[in-house]
Design a protein around this ligand. Sequence first.
Ligand code: PRF
Length: 375
Amino acid sequence: MTDPLDFSFTVAATDGQARTGHISMPRGNIRTPAFMPVGTAATVKAMYPEQVRDLGADVVLGNTYHLMLRPGAERMARLGGLHRFMRWDGPILTDSGGFQVMSLSALRKIDEEGVTFRSHIDGTAHRMSPERSIEIQGLLGSDIQMQLDECVRLPAERAEIEKAMHLSLRWAERCRVAFGEQPGKAMFGIVQGGDVPELRVESARALTGLDLKGYAIGGLAVGEPQAVMLAMIETVEPHLPATKPRYLMGVGTPDDLMQSVMRGIDMFDCVMPTRAGRHGLAYTRHGRINLRNARHAEDTRPLDEASDCPAARDYSRAYLHHLVRSDEILGMMLLTWNNLAYYQALMAGMRAAIAAGRLADFVAETKDGWARAEA
Ligand code: PRF
């Protein structure tokens, strides 16, 4: 039935629209709902791979765009692939590159064939087609590969959103052909369509027709209010197969994660916990704490005395404040560690709550903890 060498998704329990279960693949299981720490440049910044694993992350994300520019896809393949390179032996999901090209590179141009852009590192010119994106993701050794797509920032004109959505559909078909059949690996399609419900439904239906192993929702958290993002998830969800994982790309805050899980999302990635950690922000049971603030200067309490993460439990807020104010590397390391611990604990809490049929209570209790807050 389920071949251990193949990619499969099992839903073990549901609670409303929310589901918990696991993806099974040769490099290991991914417990869902899952949060994937972002390891853009072959590193989850400021973390050892062992630490990431110990926090309960089953999968990390890598970026085609960054790795094709440095160290280069063919070089990565010669070095034995991304898993060996960064010493992460679990599953790796790679984003396809289009989104990062649009947000990072200079002089980018999109046409039917693909994207042309200049590197943000040295200005060299590059082209990436849907086929080349899949080829690069293969050279990296990625386990879950994403189709090349075009993401439009919101607000935008309907005509622009529609054009990008249709282009993304054509690219999905080309990526599917380029990917072919790869047992144990998966290629996911990406639903686009901005904030226009009919376009979202059209995109989801057409992608479902391609019978892919999973479906992402892209083009959200790109400038619209949270309510619009959640409405789009509710619009798309009924049109995606219940038997396949659903991945909300680039999201989000702890509240975004809970609201999206309640609406049927199984996977997330976001730079928020890692980036915020490098900027002096801590996510905790008591809400978000800005360690730069002077009120922490003589606060001997840890971020969270009840956490089992040493970064949260064993260091005073006064010390963290000092490290952040002094731009010390350890400040970034400890806050990144704390934040990823918090995110992974939140996901574990949601998985347990769904299994127990009490997700709504879990969400209410979690928000209550933020509201009660630190004085
Ligand atoms: N497409 C791809 N990657 C992404 C996005 C997208 O729309 C987003 C949007 N939140 C984040 N990362 N390929």
